[in-house]
Design a protein around this ligand. Sequence first.
Ligand SMILES: CSC[C@H]1O[C@H](OP(=O)(O)O)[C@H](O)[C@@H]1O
Ligand SMILES: Nc1ncnc2[nH]cnc12
Length: 293
Amino acid sequence: MEATFKRPVIGVIGGSGVYELEGLSDTRWRKVESPFGDPSDELFFGNLGGVEMVFLPRHGRGHKIPPAAINYRANIDAMKRAGVTEIISVSACGSFEEQLSPGTFVIVDQFIDRTIDRKKSFFGTGLVAHVSLAHPVCSRMGDILEDAAKNEGIKVHRGGTYLAMEGPQFSSLAESELYRSWGCQVIGMTNMPEAKLAREAEICYATVAMVTDYDCWHPDHDNVDVSAIITVLLQNSENARRLVRSVAPDLSKRTHFCSAGCHNALDNALITSVDARDPERVKKLDAVAGRVL
Ligand SMILES: CSC[C@H]1O[C@H](OP(=O)(O)O)[C@H](O)[C@@H]1O
Ligand SMILES: Nc1ncnc2[nH]cnc12
């Protein structure tokens, strides 16, 4: 079915240390029901100079949910139901490179998924789909985020591979060295399967990975711990807020579907013949895949 153009609604998924989005008007927290279960929290709706915004704290307000227990499917499904067309993921991360020092914002462009115990697809038995993840983040959003960060005087690095680990423990030194030898730039515990699910839901997705530490490989820096991460995050939260405020109007200027193809990710993805589909699964996919069902 032809896609119908929907006006941009900017979603923000806030990670560690980012539990609210200030500076919006007409704000309200509202529960959004999902057939995939409970999202991490209510969604926070608001308006930023005419731009519709929807915010979700990934770990819930008060940081109650660990990375592996986050219901990523419910979160993305709820965002889709709320009309969100592009998601900015704001995440804390460890750095594998000397020059990516704490405080640097990395606009990630690739992922390696080492998570093991998470639901990673909306599809499955009864309705099988395979989307492309060759380019797992939206390059158009990446361009806008990079320009905005530079304009705001934020130290930004364009491109980089985010190693998604299962956690909740941080890496061993051997793992940290392994990921460095693979050429990864940053490490975190949450952006997979989030990015995969956003792609299946045809929502543009971009990660702003805020470096908080050097994990445990750097001989001149202490091994990462939560208090060090929070200290850096608090120092950087104003930068994160300025970046979001600065990109929202630019993202909302889009008058066509995403030029990078995110809004058409399901065009050639479904493989189960119509008569073999499980009606129950099809029903749950009304928001995520209704366009192609
Ligand atoms: C608080 S330390 C580890 C924690 O921080 C990152 O969370 P998020 O990606 O939501 O900012 C990392 O992925 C871990 O979940
Ligand atoms: N070193 C690290 N490893 C995993 N997740 C992180 N989040 C912030 N720093 C991290």
